[in-house]
Design a protein around this ligand. Structure first.
Ligand code: G3P
Ligand code: MG
Length: 243
């Protein structure tokens, strides 16, 4: 195994999983209230380059907006309701900036996994701008772990802020995964839970990389992954798994 790993084992997915509107400050507060001290979130850029939290390319599922998020400047996105889709009690919740989330985590002593979730064609700009903002703003240890399914975003982050740790996201262990992770200077593999077997866990460990799984919502799967001695489990079920 490579360098010492100082992140908590349990990580709240999108703030508080499904209990609150994903990727909002309300979700982070709820995850924190359930004892979580590390969060995963999805970060992308507005047209004018503001980093903010949103999973989908489209605004339709989790806001009262429409169309592609990348088509809008931040002043327009900041007006959207990002909570009413979930439940009436969260009506009026806004899309948070990355800056607000970094502030929340630093104030509360929490660790963070920023998933670079670029819109199509925006991987390099996203990697550069998000990494630069985190490097400029973050104080404390450990700094956020950057992860992505997009090698181009991770490469841009590495070039911009080489000291920020990176993890390669994988849906499965396809040919070339290790070469990609090594080329990008990753310290971790964040893989879909079913991709973790005795063999893949051993191979990642042998390469000196840390091992994380998403999205772990089932007791039997959690037990299996803990028996494989994974370093991190990303879950929606913050009310069920005690961190
Ligand atoms: O970062 C782990 C996980 O969040 C990746 O999948 O689609 O939930 O962002 P997704
Ligand atoms: Mg994600």
């Amino acid at each position: 195994m490579g360098a010492a790993w100082s992140y908590p084992r349990w990580i709240a997915h999108r703030g508080a999983g499904r209990l609150a509107p994903e990727n909002t400050l309300a979700a982070f507060a709820l995850g924190h209230a359930h004892g979580y001290r590390m969060f995963e979130c999805d970060v992308r850029l507005s047209a004018d380059g503001r980093a903010f939290l949103l999973h989908d390319d489209s605004l339709a599922r989790t806001t009262d907006g429409a169309g592609e998020a990348l088509a809008h400047n931040w002043t327009e996105l900041a007006r959207l309701d990002a909570g009413a889709w979930h439940s009436p009690r969260y009506a009026g919740e806004r899309l948070p900036t990355l800056d607000a989330i970094l502030g929340f985590c630093m104030r509360n002593g929490c660790a963070l996994n920023v998933e670079l979730k670029p819109a199509p064609g925006d991987a390099r700009r996203t990697g550069e701008m998000v990494a630069a903002e985190i490097a400029r703003r973050w104080v404390g240890t450990p700094p956020p772990l950057l992860s992505s399914f997009e090698p181009e975003a991770l490469a841009a982050a590495a070039a911009t802020a080489p000291l920020l740790s990176r993890g390669l996201l994988l849906e499965r262990f396809a040919d070339g995964w290790l070469e990609t992770a090594q080329r990008l200077g990753c310290i971790a593999i964040v893989a879909e839970q079913q991709a973790w077997t005795e063999e893949t866990a051993a191979a990642v460990s042998a390469a000196g990389l840390h091992r994380l799984a998403y999205t772990v919502n089932d007791d039997a799967e959690a037990a299996r992954l803990l028996a494989l001695r994974l370093d991190g489990l990303i879950t929606d079920r913050v009310d069920h798994f005690r961190p």
